[in-house]
Design a protein around this ligand. Sequence first.
Ligand code: SF4
Length: 273
Amino acid sequence: MVIDALSNVISRPETELRFASEYELIVAVILSAQCTDARVNLVTPELFKAWPTFEALAATTSGEVVKIIASISYPNNKAKHLVGMASMVMSRYDGKLPEDQVSLMKLPGVGRKTAQVVSSVAFGDPDALPVDTHVFRVANRIGLVEGAGTPLKVERGLKRVIPRGDWGRVHHLLILHGRYTCTARSPDCSNCAVTHACKYYEAVQRLPKPIQGLDPAKGAYYCATRRHYFDRPISRSDRTGTMQIACPKCHSMNVYLSRSGLTAKIVRDYRID
Ligand code: SF4
């Protein structure tokens, strides 16, 4: 149901990285770790022009590569990984990118997620379901997985509830949904196609309504249980393990922000870098 709803609004569930070969794909995916696809797409044309093959990239130095990828996150490490990756493809795989995830993960700069993206996008590997920061957050928020605290747990959880033939498509649907609608800082729930099925949205709707007429001059917070203002809250863990602001006197989490009248309670959310 959720996947069908996302498919209805995301017409092209595919990577936004620009590439024209397996070589260009793995270079772009390595560069995209903790960096936006848009930023990667800005630098790769010059990089691919300078070193259009594994052989060419293996023959240069990381210092030369850094000059072109300086605007990407972690340029020094990524430059070393790119040259190392190309060198290993040349020396161990005769200049041809290996197709299986295990071999891909032996290449410098290639972890589980990168290997799965490459094996899925380049070789159509049906077992790949890469989990990046967007897939991790969106799968947890919607409730496709529950309380999955690591990318591996999210991957396993998704594989249990999604038919194997859909794993590649679902990976892209969740990424694009997370990138453009269910963003980390401010999910656009009012324009979301899966509001009806989203556990996070449901929890947000259950939050207490704002209190009108609070006086911030009396204190930054207002405890609605003891009905008093205070400035220095304590924090307490709620049923879901989420740290909440609490009253220093009665320890109640029924606390409001005096300035806005909004509840201080937050809904458990999931982020990875
Ligand atoms: S309803 Fe909101 S939190 Fe849920 S998936 Fe949509 S945008 Fe994300």
